[in-house]
Design a protein around this ligand. Structure first.
Ligand SMILES: [Zn+2]
Ligand SMILES: [Zn+2]
Length: 247
């Protein structure tokens, strides 16, 4: 439905081109047919849907949906620039502005009917409900992420503890290998390159694993026992961390 010409400040100046032939009001959302007649979009669609072979209400030529298009920029501008009143003028609204500004004004017009205001409140209430639901959903998601984060932090603490024990374990072993290789290389008269060292390490491993053997090396029996005990404790500690991680 178009707009009542009386809602415009100068209805007598409105071009007949801007009047819809179907509703005889000022065009609203106009569309143009192939023979250049202008209609309100909603009304033309309704008109066409009512007829098996829709004919132009003015020329009675056949109307094809593909031939209907947006009007030229000049028509759109002529409509937009018409000076008009607010649709709530009868309720006391004194607003005057251009036709293109009226929709923006209506949203904030304080002379709207009670029914419109109630509708507005209902729409806003629905939006608030939707936003609340989204908020609840997001809160749940955040809670899940917090739990995951805590789990990961706990895991990190355990991994760090493990890492410290591993470091201590390897540092200890490295020192022993270092001291042992220097003793062995000393007994070999300082000979042997990089490949020789590999063999020396293996030699040390054999000796240290058979702690009961009374070998002639400088590592005493009591030292061997002590380091074996230390390793045992370290390995136990590792085991307990792993258990911690599983629980
Ligand atoms: Zn119309
Ligand atoms: Zn108003």
């Amino acid at each position: 439905m178009g707009t009542d010409p009386d809602l415009f400040v100068h209805p007598e100046r409105i071009s007949s081109q801007l009047i819809c032939p179907i509703c005889t009001q000022v065009l609203e959302n106009p569309v143009q047919t192939v023979n250049d007649h202008l209609y309100c979009e909603d009304e033309l669609i309704e008109w066409m849907s009512r007829h098996d072979i829709p004919l132009c209400p003015v020329t009675h030529e056949e109307l094809k949906p593909d031939d209907i298009r947006k009007p030229s920029r000049i028509i759109i501008n002529m409509l937009a620039e018409l000076e008009r009143y607010c649709p709530n003028k009868e309720n006391g609204c004194e607003w005057i502005g251009s036709n293109e500004q009226v929709n923006t004004h209506i949203k904030t017009c304080n002379k709207r009917s009670i029914i419109e205001l109630i509708n507005d409140i209902n729409i806003k209430d629905n939006k608030i409900t939707q936003l609340r639901q989204r908020l609840i959903h997001k809160d749940k998601h955040i809670h899940t992420l917090e739990i995951k984060n805590n789990d990961l932090m706990n895991e990190l603490v355990i991994v760090n503890k493990k890492l410290k024990v591993y470091d201590a374990f390897f540092e200890d072993t490295k020192q022993k290998i270092g001291s042992s290789s220097s003793i062995i290389s000393g007994s070999n008269g300082g000979s042997g390159g990089g490949s020789g060292n590999g063999r020396q390490y293996r030699e040390y491993d054999c000796k240290s694993s058979s702690s009961s053997g009374s070998s002639g090396s400088s590592v005493s029996g009591s030292d061997n026992k002590e380091s074996a005990l230390q390793r045992l404790l370290q390995l136990r500690e590792l085991g307990s961390f792993e258990d911690e991680g599983k629980s």
